[in-house]
Design a protein around this ligand. Sequence first.
Ligand SMILES: [Zn+2]
Length: 181
Amino acid sequence: MDRTQDWGQDRDEFRLHGVVDGHSDPTGHPDHLQEQARAMLATAVAEARAGLAEGGIPIGAALYAPDGTLLGRGHNRRVQDDDPSLHAETAAFRAAGRQRSYRGTTMVTTLSPCWYCSGLVRQFGISRVVIGEARTFHGGHDWLARHGVRIVLLDDPECAAMMRDFIGARPALWSEDIGGE
Ligand SMILES: [Zn+2]
């Protein structure tokens, strides 16, 4: 549980204005926090790329325990499973199975979470969300921050490029996923 305490001690530095831009690093975050967040993001990116290789939407996610243990990982499976409810975050959440508590857990996702997935984070009390990027889609992370969820926005160029390429190649599929007409 030591890491949980470490995260707690750094709370104020991560909660600047509610949402933290890890890229510009306005408060000088401790290096280990950035390193841990980026290591988690690598899992989500691998999931996103797996989804893309399957012909799906390249969004990946993972759920981590307070001690850094990987609980579950997954990617958007709208196309693969013909299931619009299988977003990356819900896939990772379901893969983690039943957890007694979500206090101290971290959801990492390649893209800012939609309202549906933001609702999941609040419903189950997931403490922290690490986000690859919010340039191509700005979901509910401001709302989550306002309600006490710790947000780490990494503004990762690889994640943004992956989504831009996908949106450019398959605009209709993307519009379908975000609820467009
Ligand atoms: Zn979602």
